[in-house]
Design a protein around this ligand. Structure first.
Ligand code: NAD
Ligand code: IPM
Ligand code: MN
Length: 349
């Protein structure tokens, strides 16, 4: 029986995870899925209450005792330094070595994009974001803090091993699905890391001669994703660039309320979470869109080998958007719980 750690987290993370879990429980009513869902109290409340973010023992237990983690979001205005999110979220990514941050973006409905004249075939991409190094490693420091001579250094770490394994994962996916692969970098300005990424991209590419490839500078890609999104099917890039363009890609498909993600290391536990954050601007109002979290649960089921059930969830979500049964971010009249209930009901149609 797959064991799932559920980490609702902060702000709307808890509100949307409630709906994702309700969908899983609905599907599991006759024990069809056989999921063991265990809720974990990690987040700002616990940190403010106890001073603990996540302990080494808890991290080890997650890594060895579970098949997947389903997470809402972490981030709370009461923790302005964001240290709990760094320890918990980046901690899971780094310590569990979840090197693939997979961020699929698909237009679910012809009218759902802010771009004009695009169809679902034009917006269907998967971003392979490197997830264990880059600018996120926390190497660096400050000098003369608080003085006019203050210095802040944030190192950007790119290892041969780290680059090669994410590039290989992207080629594997592009090869298996017969889709075009684009490397996004900034090698015209960031020479040292750029030449490593380009060299590895070429070398690994020799093993996948059937995969059509392209190279783009990340700034030009940002424009081209808006003007010609159909050119982009699989994109591989670094941690920071991947963070930015995955929010951009989500916007092309209708917004952050729709975008799921997976943090993976093939053969090990996966961490599944919406691309969006805890949205303090709407937290507590019951208006957040639960679709990203629900599609995240579908992505998790797919990785647990329950592909048919994942498709069933996706079909119910697509129906909700087609019928206008959505939350306000998509122009609909429903509240979070109502949108979740609509989707649960549509599972049986
Ligand atoms: P955000 O993604 O939380 O919100 C950006 C905007 O999108 C906001 O206007 C918000 O209301 C809207 N939005 C996001 N999700 C939505 C949904 N499901 N339904 C409707 N509207 C939605 O990004 P932010 O405001 O930059 O960050 C807020 C906090 O979340 C910060 O602390 C940040 O560090 C954190 N964060 C956490 C994660 C994560 O845990 N995976 C991801 C991103 C940001
Ligand atoms: C994301 C988030 C995180 C990131 C933050 C909360 C550290 O924006 O998952 O996209 O930058 O990776
Ligand atoms: Mn992000």
């Amino acid at each position: 029986m797959p064991r799932i750690a559920v980490v609702p987290g902060d702000g709307i993370g808890a509100e949307v995870t409630r709906e994702a879990v309700a969908v899983l429980r609905e599907l599991d009513r006759d024990g069809e899925l056989g999921l063991d869902l265990v809720e974990w109290d990690l987040g700002a409340d616990r940190y403010l209450r106890t001073g603990l973010t996540i302990t080494d023992e808890e991290m080890a237990e997650l890594g060895s005792g579970y098949d997947a983690i389903l997470l809402g979001a972490l981030g709370d205005p009461r923790v302005p330094g964001n240290e709990h999110a760094r320890d918990i979220l980046l901690g899971m990514r780094f310590k569990l070595d979840l090197y693939v941050n997979l961020r699929p973006v698909r237009l679910l409905h012809p009218g759902g994009s802010p771009l004009k004249d695009v169809s679902p075939a034009d917006i269907d991409m998967v971003i392979f974001r490197e997830n264990t190094e880059g600018s996120y490693v926390g190497m660096g420091g400050v000098f003369k803090q608080g003085t006019p001579d203050e210095v802040a250094i944030e190192e950007d770490v790119n290892t041969r091993k780290g680059v090669e394994r994410i590039v290989r994962a992207a080629y594997e996916h592009a090869g298996r699905t017969g889709r075009r692969l684009t490397l996004a970098d900034k090698s015209n300005a960031l020479r040292h890391s750029g030449q490593l990424w380009r060299r590895v991209f070429g070398e690994v590419g020799d093993e996948y001669p059937a995969v059509e490839t392209g190279l783009m500078y990340i700034d030009a890609l940002a424009t081209d994703m808006v003007l010609r999104p159909g050119r982009y099917q699989v994109i591989v890039t670094s941690n920071l660039f991947g963070d930015i363009i995955s929010d951009l890609a989500a916007g092309l498909a209708g917004g952050l309320g729709l975008a799921p993600s997976a943090n993976l290391h093939p053969g090990r536990i996966g961490l599944f979470e919406p691309v969006h954050g805890s949205a303090p601007d709407i937290a507590g109002q019951g208006t957040a869109n639960p679709v990203a979290a629900i599609l995240t649960a579908a992505l998790m089921l797919e990785h647990l080998g329950r592909t048919d059930t994942a498709r069933r969830i996706e079909a119910a979500v697509e129906a909700s958007i087609r019928e206008g049964a959505t939350t306000a971010d998509l122009g609909g009249p429903l509240r979070t719980a109502e949108a979740g209930a609509w989707i649960r009901n549509a599972l049986h149609k």
